[in-house]
Design a protein around this ligand. Structure first.
Ligand SMILES: [Zn+2]
Length: 130
């Protein structure tokens, strides 16, 4: 799974130092096969799947229609969910809607739901990151 140059932790530290601190700061060593969605920097979400990481940046809300959560598949009001954008390549940005209460959301989705979601997001092309 590793490319031999970077460990998951190194990669994360380099690309998203704030996220790495949240995920690994207190926990010690990362476990292989890590899968989880974490709140970082108050409003962002970081999706970690093995050595891959995606950062979700909230998009200012437009309109008032309900959102369909892409992870737990519940329909949420605008106060319960938000749009996030994730840069998957230099030229491609994806948008997803996710519950704000990510812990509850992940519990509803379960491990298999989170895995299916991660498989829709990854792979992320990170070649443009210096
Ligand atoms: Zn949800």
């Amino acid at each position: 799974m590793s490319d031999g140059h970077y460990s998951e932790r190194d990669l994360l530290r380099e690309l998203f130092p704030e996220t790495a601190q949240v995920i690994y700061g207190k926990a010690g060593s990362p476990k292989p096969g890590t899968l989880g969605l974490y709140t970082v920097a108050d409003t962002k979400l970081a999706l970690v799947y093995g050595a891959q990481l995606a950062e979700f940046t909230p998009v200012p809300p437009r309109g008032t229609s309900a959102l369909h959560c892409d992870l737990c598949h519940y329909t949420r009001s605008r106060s319960e969910a938000a749009f996030y954008r994730v840069q998957v390549s230099p030229t491609l940005t994806r948008y997803v809607s996710l519950c704000l209460e990510t812990e509850h959301c992940q519990r509803r989705a379960g491990k298999s739901g989170l895995k299916a979601f991660a498989e829709r997001i990854f792979p992320i092309e990170q070649g443009y990151v210096e």
